[in-house]
Ligand binder design. Structure first.
Ligand code: NAI
Ligand code: MG
Length: 375
């Protein structure tokens, strides 16, 4: 099984870090559904980690933004809320979405309302087979280790479009994808850097430039331009439909993968399922310029079907917390944390989504114990 994220990758994160103090301010936005259950697990683990290592400290501030706040006050984020996030070093986010609020209202009211103004344009989703998780594919002869990079600020999720002729038989809705040279270039450079930092030095750029003949062709052109600055990175391009086939039939031919907001939203869920469960999939919403704090969150949503039952897999949130540590400059602590998570999973201490019999609190407690035992 693969060990924790490659040291080369961590080195690159280290080079980009700006931390000066060893006391970091972390905002927690657990929000809705299983969000509070998994964020509380991640915070418990982080507290044990810092108490055990004693090399740095984390101060947590809970922000009660979410669908309850919306139902009471008519908005997800209080006035000036996004601006106030600048005082934190990083943000740990749960999930947003409630059964009695339309999903587009909740997503745009909270998560997208932060991602946009803070220009968190790089969504990074590491995907690895975990010990103790089952592989669905017979083609998976060895563990997978992918790094999915999703353009996170424009494309199909730019919010452009509108509705006309409401409730007429000819009611019309448009959803306009926008692709800018600035937006594509910055994410392309980020993905090439990411690929360069990993041992395989392999990047696959995913588009749909056969049928989408404008924005996707611009993506292809910029990929070719930017690649000239990265002669040491091998790169290829795939159409998104063919990409799904390659992920299933030839998973080991992939390493770093880049694509648009919509395409990678879907591809990364498929990747998470192939790796074992959405319950272990982490993500980072990064501002690579570091002008704004980045947001770290599990890929999964509110999971209404298991909310309040105490059975949610906390690994996605805990792995997201490890990604947060790497980003603020505490890569060694992130390694120690992930080694504990892997040891606990390999012992079969896993939740039901991974075929186990343990609940959220038991898995969290096992990870905390492992950190203390192996310090
Ligand atoms: P979902 O990820 O909430 O659930 C999909 C399936 O995966 C469910 O069967 C759920 O029980 C399972 N699952 C998810 N996380 C799990 C975990 N940690 N442990 C064990 N099983 C887990 O996706 P769905 O059902 O499409 O969306 C539910 C709500 O969440 C909607 O309101 C949606 O808009 C929102 N959502 C929010 C996201 C975010 O805040 N970033 C991302 C995805 C969905
Ligand atoms: Mg998704």
């Amino acid at each position: 099984m693969p060990s924790s994220p490659s040291s080369a990758h961590i080195t690159w994160y280290r080079l980009n870090m700006t931390n000066k103090s060893k006391n970091y301010q972390i905002a927690c936005i657990p929000a809705d559904g299983i969000g509070p259950e998994v964020i509380s697990a991640a915070v418990d683990v982080l507290k044990v980690l810092t108490d055990t290592l004693k090399t740095f400290s984390l101060e947590f501030t809970d922000l009660t933004w979410g669908s309850d706040h919306y139902k009471k006050h008519g908005r997800y984020i209080p006035e000036g809320g996004v601006e106030s996030l600048k005082q934190y070093d990083a943000i740990l986010f749960g999930s947003v979405g409630a059964p009695d609020v339309p999903d587009h209202i909740s997503l745009w009211g909270l998560l997208l309302a932060m991602r946009g103004p803070m220009q968190l344009y790089a969504n990074v989703r590491p995907v690895r087979s975990f010990p103790g998780t089952r592989a669905y594919l017979t083609s998976m002869t060895k563990p997978i280790d992918w790094m999915i990079v999703r353009e996170n600020s424009e494309g199909e999720y730019a919010g452009q479009g509108g509705r006309s002729h409401l409730r007429q038989p000819w009611e019309t809705a448009t959803e306009v994808a926008i692709f800018t040279r600035v937006g594509i270039e910055r994410i392309m450079k980020f993905a090439f850097e990411m690929a360069r930092s990993r041992p395989a030095k392999l990047l696959t750029v995913v588009t749909k430039s056969n049928s989408m003949r404008n924005g996707m062709v611009l993506w292809d052109e910029i990929a070719a331009e930017v690649s000239k600055d990265f002669p040491d990175v091998i790169w290829d391009k795939m159409l998104v439909d063919a990409m799904t086939v390659r992920m299933v039939t030839n998973p080991h031919s992939l390493d770093t993968v880049l694509g648009t907001n919509l395409h990678m939203d879907i591809i990364s869920d498929l990747a998470a399922a192939l790796a074992g469960s959405i319950g272990i999939a982490p993500s980072s919403n990064l501002d690579p310029t570091r002008k704004n704090p980045s947001i770290f969150e599990p890929v999964h949503g509110s999971a209404f079907d298991i909310t309040g039952k105490g059975v949610a897999n906390p690994v996605a949130a805990i792995w997201s917390a490890a990604e947060l540590l790497k980003w603020i400059g505490e890569a060694e602590a992130a390694d120690i944390l992930m080694a504990s998570v892997e040891r606990v999973c390999s012992k079969g201490v896993v939740t039901a989504d991974l075929g186990g019999q343990y609940n959220t609190k038991e898995v969290t407690a096992a990870i905390c114990e492992d950190i203390k035992e192996n310090k």
